[in-house]
Design a protein around this ligand. Structure first.
Ligand SMILES: [Zn+2]
Length: 192
């Protein structure tokens, strides 16, 4: 079960939010950044973002995570209500070390899917049950999901969260992440 550990105001470059920190059974602390009083409010925009140290923090051009994170925050900052659920699952859930090992294979010419297979890792072991718990905590069962990833919509539907609308996040490919983005599109069904 989800337990709220702390909450505080969080003014950001994209506007004023409230940050909540929850812990789940795995004892990882996940952050939820909330705009407005969302309790029981339906069809609000929600971004479910998986942690990416290299992208989110360091501005890596190997992926588009930072771009998606910033665009989501800027969008949410302009809304009356909304939420960004920040999941602590680095590198599609494989952890930082394995992610960098996979990057190393990609430097040798493997694509992101082949690299994970080479390392004996699942292609995508992200899971979103924490996000479902958060939405239920706030009494929300219908959202406008900010995503390019149809798998997230399926996962939420199975957990009885209705995605009433998909808000696409467009990002311009750079010379470094073009290959990564086209792999996501072709091999993982992302809608870019
Ligand atoms: Zn990333």
């Amino acid at each position: 079960m989800l337990e709220l550990f702390a909450k505080a105001n969080l003014p950001t470059m994209a506007g004023n939010f409230v940050i909540y920190v929850f812990k789940n059974d795995e004892n990882k602390d996940h952050a939820v950044i909330v705009k407005g009083d969302v309790k029981g409010r339906q069809d609000i925009p929600v971004r479910i973002h998986s942690e990416c140290l290299t992208g989110d923090v360091l501005g890596s051009r190997r992926c588009d995570c930072r771009d998606q994170l910033i665009k989501s925050l800027v969008y949410l900052g302009k809304q009356d209500y909304g939420m960004l659920i920040y999941l602590r699952q680095e590198g599609r859930g494989i952890g930082l070390l394995n992610k960098i090992k996979a990057y190393s294979l990609q430097d040798q010419g493997y694509d992101t899917v082949e690299a994970n297979v080479q390392l004996g890792l699942p292609i995508d072991q992200r899971e979103y049950s924490f996000a479902v718990d958060v939405l239920k905590y706030f009494g929300i069962n219908s959202i406008k999901l900010m995503t390019n990833n149809p798998a997230k919509i399926d996962f939420l539907a199975k957990a009885n969260i209705t995605v009433s609308e998909r808000i696409p996040i467009r990002s311009e490919p750079t010379e470094y992440d073009e290959f990564y983005l086209s792999t996501k599109k072709i091999r993982m069904g992302h809608q870019l």
